[in-house]
Design a protein around this ligand. Structure first.
Ligand code: A3P
Length: 307
């Protein structure tokens, strides 16, 4: 990989352009290993996102839907475990071994990735493996990433100026970016094959969590029964996975660190709101961001909600 194009991300750490996306040096080998060796099965569920699009939330919801019988508000594994421990990223599991034992836990395999649709392991397309993609408006995603990176990934802990980070963002130079290619790949795939790829937006999930949870379950062919609906199971899952609820779980207290990621569990919960970009970006930044978004997404029909 020494010959691949390279750039520094806005954390200052090295990224390589591989298969059309910017891959962080430290996850490069595990990701290649996943691409090469992953053997999908029909029951697999893959959660795809850009970093800071709401991955943690989606993991909690899907885990709770799949394991609904063990996920009541008072006894869910989410109480003591961060969602990233229950639903790992591919680079966490492939970081340890080339062919990890992925299927030892009960229930279907739920795995998470940030890599683009066109870079996914081919075997995913030979099975009925379902893909759920969660997208967030790019300005909030950028602001969330900028905050997150300050906590976890800054060389010598130097703070990164927002305007410098924004320039890189506009050039698509961020982990798993360019963001427009990553988002549009899943957007198009969801039209081509809606039974395989479900495309969700963070803002819709925020506005109408109950219906979105119901839709996710239906898409996974695990719909809620009339009995479960009557018993308020969807409301329970929504509440359990809500921002304040997850943030305050024992497993997400600031002293808990995610093994394999070396990130404080609490750093996955900052504000959890739509429209926080307004507190950080200047009018000029907003205007440049809006032009880029129009240029890249204008023809696709994909619209973002910014507030
Ligand atoms: P903010 O930094 O804007 O607050 P990811 O999980 O992909 O790393 O994304 C993290 C972002 O999702 C953070 O956004 C975080 O606060 C938000 N988030 C985490 N859990 C959430 C929840 N249950 N509901 C809504 N947003 C949530």
């Amino acid at each position: 990989f020494q010959e691949l194009p390279r750039e520094k991300s806005f954390s200052g750490n090295l990224m390589f352009k591989h298969d059309g996306f910017w891959c962080a040096e430290k996850v490069f080998h595990p990701i290649i290993s996943f691409q090469k060796h992953f053997k999908s099965e029909d029951s697999d569920i893959l959660l795809a996102t850009l970093p800071k699009a709401g991955t943690t939330w989606l993991k909690a919801i899907v885990f709770s839907i799949v394991h609904r019988n063990d996920c009541t508000v008072d006894k869910s594994p989410l109480i003591n475990s961060n969602p990233h421990a229950l639903v790992p990223f591919e680079y966490q599991v492939y970081g340890k071994r080339e062919n990890p034992d992925l299927r030892s836990a009960p229930g279907p395999l739920i795995l998470s990735t940030h890599i683009p649709h066109n870079a996914l392991p081919r075997s995913i397309f030979d099975t009925k493996c379902k893909i759920i993609y969660l997208c967030r408006n790019p300005l909030d995603q950028f602001i969330s990433q900028w905050h997150f990176i300050q906590q976890i990934d800054v060389e010598e802990n130097k703070p990164i100026a927002l305007d410098k980070a924004f320039e890189l963002f506009l050039q698509g130079k961020e982990y798993f970016g360019p963001f427009w290619d990553q988002i549009l790949g899943y957007w198009k795939a969801s039209f081509k094959n809606p039974e395989k790829v479900l495309f969700l937006k963070y803002e819709d999930l925020k506005r109408d969590t109950i219906n979105q949870v119901r839709n996710i379950a239906k898409f996974l062919e695990l719909p809620f029964s009339i009995e479960e609906e009557k018993n308020g199971l969807i409301e329970d899952i929504t509440k359990l996975c809500g921002f304040e609820s997850l943030k305050n779980m024992d497993g997400n207290k600031p002293d808990k660190v995610q093994p394999g990621l070396q990130i404080k569990n609490s750093s996955f919960f900052r504000k959890g709101e739509v429209g926080d970009w307004v507190n950080y970006l200047t009018p000029d930044m907003v205007s440049r961001g809006a032009s880029l978004i129009e240029e890249k997404f204008g023809e696709s029909g994909l619209k973002f909600d910014f507030v």
